[in-house]
Write a protein that binds this ligand. Structure first.
Ligand code: AGP
Length: 606
């Protein structure tokens, strides 16, 4: 997952390219670079690490030119060094790429045999030499790119500029998103519309296999067969203001605190607040007759889907199969004709999730997606979109998107239950009333975080942390572990509390904190037994519960007091403490909370 941009401009483009890249850093930030055409020659500046390093480089060595491309990288092939940073170039052509060229080794061998000298470890450099080779054979730039595209296997979004061409930029898309922006005498390219928002809100989404030839007065688009094709220009909803942190230290903190508001927005989309019932748009699918639901997603979105499984089975009485996207599509799981497959994704661009969506569609499933970006590829390939109204989520660690995914899934589960007569109207109204309490219950938790700062001071000394939960708190335990490890780099594992005695209890000693998600519900007493098993072995227990601390019947290292919510909505309410534990631990450990090492916000490679 990398971010690419391109500007075919009428004024110097270097700083605008950097501005666009800043809006794509969520896609990766191992290195960054730009290239331009200046007086007919290709120039390039690159830097390892964050975008600010490239900005410093451009202050030292400015780059002129009215045509340019830029790239922010999450390394797939080749270490995150300046040498491997994009753009890659020859004297004739420069390329930025998002995706993976799967046959790059064969291409590299063949081109090396023809005398081409490779300087980097990247797959992308093969594209540069292929285009150069085709031009050296006498093809013009456009035909050279067309000939090159036919030889590439894998996934790519490409932006390409050429020496001597200040009115030409080319684009190609297969498996990775790419958007054309239409300006006044200028044209743009970006991995998403957010990158282009400062320049234009009129965009064209390239489709799979498309390539495009851009000039100052527009774009010619061709489909994968090479035939000219019309792709509509639409108005982008992307926010032109670069999202800022407000008065928070990190985007993650801001987004945790936005949850009461954005959960309210999401509820308003699905609930008839006056009537107190669920009102989802006509999904065009007969919910009463679907034989089974399949849910698939990655990471935090998967944990939201797992909670959704508990809700759908409990309130709609529909069997639910769930698996992480990178597994489901490879195990040839039988999919019932007419089944409903639900994909959960904040970005709507996660490659594993998108590939599994396509697999399920090919296997006769109706497709619904719970997404935060309504113009995303996953949304555009779904029969039904169930939006989360979380707003742009910049922090790599998903927080408000997670609770909005839960909110949307909770509403959908009730709608499904009503459509199938599994719950009556009185039950629906009662549960909707509980959902409407959630924003307040979350807001009340965000007024004083001092207990989390104190707990973090202890946790940061740990080597391993265990999270436990039962029932619909089990996915919360796994999400808590993911949050902690992905931003503090501490090892953590989430377990079903009932599973502890089947092995993991061997890990318990005085230095392993055990964080227990334990709302008072039908399984609370069993969770208390598990806590006592831990305490008997000297484990340090942090109980997150609306029960009082004496209910644990054992010594607690800490007790996070929670509001009493309905067991239906507990997973949404209990997301906040596990987010704050991770956040404050990471802050005290001094890690990069918003852009943790090795990660990216949207993983658009498999
Ligand atoms: C969550 O904190 C992580 N950033 C990651 O697990 C993320 O949820 C996962 O990559 C899925 O992303 P998506 O929701 O955009 O598909």
């Amino acid at each position: 997952m990398c971010g690419i941009v391109g500007i075919l401009g009428t004024k110097p483009v270097a700083l605008d390219l950097v501005d666009a890249l800043r809006r794509l850093e969520y896609r990766g930030y191992d290195s960054a670079g730009i290239a331009t055409v200046e007086n007919g020659r290709l120039g390039r500046r690159r830097a390892e690490g964050k975008l600010r390093n490239l900005e410093h480089r451009l202050v030292e060595e400015p780059l002129k030119g009215h045509v340019g491309i830029g790239h922010t990288r999450w390394a797939t092939h080749g270490r995150p060094t300046e040498r491997n940073a994009h753009p890659h170039m020859s004297p004739r052509v420069s390329v930025v790429h998002n995706g993976i060229i799967e046959n790059f080794r064969e291409l590299r061998e063949a081109l090396t045999a023809k005398g081409h000298v490779f300087e980097t470890e990247t797959d992308t450099e093969a594209v540069v030499h292929l285009i150069t080779h085709e031009m050296d054979k006498g093809l013009g730039p456009v035909d050279a790119v067309k000939a090159t595209l036919k030889q590439l296997e894998g996934a790519f979004a490409l932006a390409i500029i050429f020496a001597g061409q200040d009115n030409l930029m080319m684009a190609a898309r297969l498996g990775s998103p790419l958007v054309i922006g239409h300006g006044e005498g200028e044209m743009y390219l970006g991995s998403d519309a957010i990158a282009l928002a400062p320049f234009t809100d009129t965009v064209t989404y390239l489709e799979e296999g498309d390539f495009a030839v851009l000039s100052h007065n527009g774009a010619q688009v061709f489909d994968k067969s090479g035939a000219p094709v019309e792709r509509n220009a639409v108005k982008s909803q992307a926010n032109a203001l670069l999202v800022d942190k407000g008065n928070h230290r990190h985007f993650m903190a801001k987004e945790i605190h936005e949850q009461p508001e954005v959960i309210s927005h999401t509820l308003a989309h699905y609930l008839d607040m006056a009537d107190g019932t669920v009102r989802i748009p006509d999904v065009g699918i007969d919910l009463a007759t679907i034989p089974r639901v399949t849910i698939s997603a990655c990471g935090t979105a998967y944990y939201a889907g797992l909670v959704g499984k508990y809700w759908i089975e409990r309130f709609a009485r529909v069997p639910v199969e769930i698996d992480i996207a990178s597994e489901l599509r490879y195990r040839e799981a039988p999919l019932p004709p007419g089944g409903l497959a639900i994909f959960v994704s904040q970005s709507g661009e996660t490659a594993d999730t998108l590939a599994t969506l396509r697999y399920c569609k090919e296997n006769g499933q109706r497709i619904a997606s719970v997404v935060n970006v309504r113009t995303s590829t996953i949304a555009r390939e779904s029969d039904v979109v169930l939006p989360t109204l979380a707003g742009p989520e910049i922090g790599v660690a998903s927080t408000k998107a997670f609770t909005c995914q839960l909110t949307a899934l909770a509403c959908f589960a009730l709608a499904l239950g009503r459509a199938r007569g599994a719950i009556d109207e009185a039950t629906e109204r009662a549960l909707v009333k509980e959902l409407m309490e959630v924003p307040r219950q979350i807001a009340n938790q965000l007024t004083d975080e001092s207990q989390y700062e104190a707990l973090a001071h202890q946790l940061m000394k740990s080597r391993d942390v265990l999270y436990l939960g039962r029932g619909q708190s089990y996915p919360l335990a796994m999400e808590g572990a993911l949050k902690l490890k992905e931003i503090s780099y501490l090892h953590a594992e989430g377990y079903a509390a009932g599973e502890l005695k089947h092995g993991p209890i061997a890990l318990i000693d005085e230095i392993v904190p055990v964080i227990v998600v334990a709302p008072v519900d039908a399984l609370f007493d069993k969770t208390v037994s598990n806590m006592q098993e831990v305490a008997a072995r000297g484990g340090q227990i942090v109980m997150i519960s609306n029960a009082d601390e004496n209910s644990a019947g054992c010594q607690l290292a800490a007790h996070i007091a929670m509001p009493t919510a309905h067991d239906f909505t507990n997973p949404i309410v209990y997301a906040v403490p596990i987010q704050l534990i991770a956040y404050h631990t990471a802050v005290q450990m001094g890690t990069d909370v918003d852009q943790p090492r090795n990660l990216a916000k949207s993983v658009t490679v498999e």
